[in-house]
Design a protein. Structure first.
Length: 281
């Protein structure tokens, strides 16, 4: 079997066009503020892409590139100002933050209605209790891709490799909320292939280049590769694409799979935050 490629780039383009059309009809513009602290090269690339996408769809954006030595207090003060800004409906703090800054404190400082990434404890709790509100962008993008390709989740065994708060755990919860039977594997899982071989839906989010080989995948599985790894100047996923595509029924490429979906979900979430805030006024 040769897998059908799930074209995240094309699906994301469709979503961007929909958001753009909706934004064009609004009286005021949705606004997104992105905050980057320090010099992480990958993070810089991500926030620039996010800003460019906002421009493209007509979303107002403010980008704060703060120096590495920014204090927690300064960061909290900026968030406080953005919480009050009439122009801003979503606030994004690009992770990871420098270690000396308390990530939880910073994420909790974002006004709940502007929590565009869904990382606040309240939104995490909502997701965990099956009452999804603002949902993290990458996991939401994974689910949207599955939906776009008409892949049903009920009765399926889904295996997620990775348990981070940003990707692994929320992805597992979204799959569970859609009636998949979910297993989460992580760096201390004994015998990873034992679990992955049973997966009808396999989501790889470990950040380990080509961790998933063909012999770890069930024939006909749907394989979603969230990993973005730089190897000798090239981007590779967590899945050995060349061999796994001969065994899977569907597979996402890297780049061009989950990555563009993440950005599309961010602008969709910004529009949702805008609607929620303007509705309440
Ligand atoms: P993370 O480092 O916070 O978490 C990685 C997880 O993988 C951990 O829970 C760890 O236990 C698990 N893990 C590591 N090695 C493992 C192994 N050998 N076997 C099983 N589990 C293992 O990373 P993250 O933020 O969750 O991101 C994961 C990957 O997804 C990274 O490559 C990251 O760059 C990528 N990512 C992509 C997007 C996107 O838009 N496509 C967005 C966010 C993250």
């Amino acid at each position: 079997m040769t897998a059908k490629i799930m074209d995240g780039k094309a699906v994301a383009e469709k979503i961007r066009a929909k958001v753009k059309a909706e934004v064009a009809n609004l009286k005021t513009k949705p606004g997104l503020a992105a905050i980057l602290v320090g010099e992480n090269p990958a993070s810089k690339v991500y926030v620039d892409i996010k800003r460019k996408t906002c421009d493209e769809v007509g979303i107002y954006s403010e980008l704060y590139k703060l120096p590495e030595e920014t204090t927690e207090k300064e960061l909290l003060q900026l968030i406080g100002r953005l919480n009050k800004s009439e122009k801003i409906h979503g606030i994004l703090v690009q992770l990871p933050l420098p270690r000396r800054i308390n990530e939880e404190k910073v994420l909790e400082a974002i006004a709940l209605e502007k929590d565009v990434d869904g990382f606040s404890l309240v939104n995490v709790g909502r997701l965990a209790s099956g009452r999804e509100a603002a949902v993290p962008c990458t996991p939401k993008g994974v689910i949207r891709l599955l939906e776009e390709y008409g892949i049903d989740l009920a009765w399926k065994n889904a295996v997620v490799i990775g348990r981070s708060n940003i990707v692994g755990k929320p992805t597992a919860l979204l799959l569970l909320n859609r009636n998949a039977t979910v297993t989460i594997c992580h760096s201390k899982t004994a015998d990873l292939p034992h679990y992955t071989k049973k997966a009808d839906i396999l989501v790889a989010a470990a950040g380990k280049p080509k961790l998933v080989k063909a012999d770890m995948v069930k024939e006909g599985a749907v394989v979603i590769d969230v990993g973005i790894n730089r190897v000798e100047g090239k981007l590779v996923g967590d899945v050995d694409f060349a061999s796994v595509k001969e065994k899977a029924s569907y597979i996402t490429p890297v780049p061009g799979g989950v990555g563009p979906m993440t950005v599309a979900m961010l602008i969709e979430n910004t529009l949702e935050r805008y609607k929620e805030i303007t509705r309440r006024k």
